[in-house]
Design a protein around this ligand. Structure first.
Ligand code: ADP
Ligand code: MG
Length: 358
């Protein structure tokens, strides 16, 4: 949100200096409220509504516009669940002192020229059935944290899944442990192999886990239904699915081996708002039904408020604050958390307006 505000201020400044018209395509109504003068809402290739920005928010005319506006999660909206599960349930994932430094190599000089401390001494527990969200601006180390956990990072730091340390397990136990944690990525188009059929994409983790083909096929059908996909579409390739359907497919794959933890890296940001709401709902339903824990990276605080039990605020590779969603959002302790919350635009063009910089 803080980086988005900087980019929008830059756009507004350049626009004022050059007197250019700006044609901006976005699915983010926060951005619309901040920068647009006029808005065209498109649906199925048609412009269904055109209005000055304040009019669109105050008095949307087209039912599709109304549906879109209602689908936007709000920072002051309802929290889904207030329960803090961490104290009562066993941790499924324990992370202690996780750190990661990337070496920077110069191609020209062909040697290491510096390093980036992407993650610095991060520790937390994730309880069974819990959603812990990690928020923080771009480059704060959120994705690296997930990738180090997924890669079962060797020290510095220790990770244990269901009380077992993947760094010290071997063979069959290591393979079983691998099935306990899976991942969903931001952009389902890039994350799914375009040459594999939908069926094979979901079946692959089952095959790797050594399940018999017939058993795997039955499980794939079950998973398609679980995530709201047509079980008859298994022979289609990813490109034949819409963005939302592809993310459903990625979720089905992540669920295949019945993991205790799913790491989700910005799973909604590539999707349209109305589809975001559906996927959010699906994730909540799955958690209620299976008790899977989510480690969710998201930059949209309204989404976090809606789905997470606890939230960790990351800045410069460190957790600067962690706590139940209600506490962190209503009584933020760290100045950076306050800054992040203050950067969320109100969904009101009169109050959200971005001004050009000096
Ligand atoms: P986030 O997901 O919060 O945006 P990342 O974990 O992707 O942040 O990045 C954290 C920091 O590590 C950033 O400074 C980024 O530039 C750096 N970084 C990420 N991946 C690499 C890489 N493969 N090589 C070098 N630096 C990297
Ligand atoms: Mg990232």
């Amino acid at each position: 949100m803080t980086v988005a505000a900087q980019v929008l201020t830059l756009l507004a400044t350049l626009q004022r200096e050059t007197d250019a018209g700006l044609l901006l395509i976005t699915h983010d109504f926060g951005v619309v409220a901040r920068i647009a003068d006029d808005v065209i809402v498109m649906h199925d290739g048609r412009a269904v509504e055109r209005a000055p920005v304040a009019g669109l928010f105050d008095d949307p005319r087209d039912p599709y516009t109304v549906r879109l506006l209602n689908a936007v999660p709000r920072i002051d909206g309802p929290m889904r669940r207030r329960a803090v599960l961490g104290d009562q349930r066993p941790p499924v994932l324990t992370v202690r002192g996780l750190s990661k430094t990337y070496g920077l190599t110069s191609r020209l000089l062909r040697r290491r020229t510096g390093e980036v401390r992407a993650v610095n001494d991060v520790s937390f527990d994730l309880a069974a059935g819990e959603t812990l969200a990690i928020v923080g601006e771009s480059g704060s180390g959120k994705s690296t944290t997930l990738h180090e956990i997924m890669g079962f990072a060797a020290p510095p730091g220790t990770i244990s899944v269901n009380d077992m340390d993947p760094a010290t397990t071997r063979g069959r136990t290591a393979r079983a442990l691998r099935q306990e944690i899976s991942m969903v990525f931001q952009d389902p188009a890039g994350a799914l192999d375009p040459r594999m059929t939908a069926h094979d994409i979901v079946a692959e983790p089952l095959r790797v886990a050594g399940r018999a083909p017939a058993e795997a096929a039955a499980r794939v059908t079950e998973l398609f239904t679980r995530v709201g996909l047509d079980a008859g579409h298994g022979q289609r390739f990813p490109r034949a699915f819409s963005g939302g359907q592809r993310q459903r497919l990625a979720i089905a794959r992540a669920l295949a081996t019945e993991p205790s933890v799913i790491a989700l890296d910005e799973p909604l940001s590539a999707l349209d708002v109305s589809i975001q709401a559906d996927i959010l709902e699906l994730l909540c339903e799955i958690q209620d039904a299976t008790g899977v824990a989510y480690l969710l990276v998201a930059h949209d605080l309204a989404v976090v408020r809606k789905i997470a039990h606890r939230v960790a605020v990351m800045q410069g590779g460190e957790f600067v604050e962690i706590g139940p969603v209600a506490d962190v959002f209503e009584r933020p302790q760290h100045p950076y958390t306050r800054q992040l919350i203050a950067a969320v635009p109100p969904l009101d063009p009169r109050r959200a307006r971005i001004e050009a910089g000096a």
